[in-house]
Design a protein around this ligand. Sequence first.
Ligand SMILES: *Cc1c(COP(=O)(O)O)cnc(C)c1O
Length: 239
Amino acid sequence: MKDRKDELAENLAKVERRIAAACTAAGRKREEVTLIVVTKTYPASDVRILAELGVRHVAENRDQDAAPKAAACSDLPLTWHFVGQLQTNKVRSVVGYAGSVQSVDRARLVTALSKEAVRQERELGCLIQVALDADESGRGERGGVGPGGIEELGELVARAPGLRLDGLMTVAPLTGPYAGRELAAFERLMDLSTDLRRAHPAANMVSAGMSADLEQAVAAGATHVRVGTSVLGVRPRLG
Ligand SMILES: *Cc1c(COP(=O)(O)O)cnc(C)c1O
């Protein structure tokens, strides 16, 4: 059996080549795009190997899995991003290890994150999750706020003690007008980011693109891509 480290190194190199090629095609510098490896469903031992291979950003979507993994890897120079739907009763745990929460999508969550960040004396980066399958003022089926909700939520985060407004995140929608049109969806997210940065110039993170559509995200201008499957393999279960 092939050594896991060799396998992950090979996969990482492939993803790295894809990102580099997409940057070249878009006339962007490679340094403009940060790779976040989504380690959900994979063990802490894989996270450790990834850190040895130079990965510095990892993401998880369920606190039950992420909390013990982050604890087992607390000696590693990693930033943990939380990218899943977040219940307020998990906020205390998540703020304990996450450097950023990319799935901020409602006022109650902002209040809870702020309170906990202050209590733990941490500064937490926040991205507003945008649902491009939702109505302008609606909410996404898999979390996220419709484009019309960004400004108000962004303002709330920017004013909240302990929180830092970092930018926007989206997942390419499976339904609605952007279904199957990843590039158009990510370009829409970029336009929304431009709007947000008028009031909040430092909120310049644009997190978009996964294994299947990272090229489109880089083409649209994403600053962060979140890649799971292409680095770690097809997940053994839903997550
Ligand atoms: C799982 C997940 C990813 C990674 O998806 P892959 O297709 O495995 O690359 C990215 N973003 C979010 C929010 C996820 O839940």
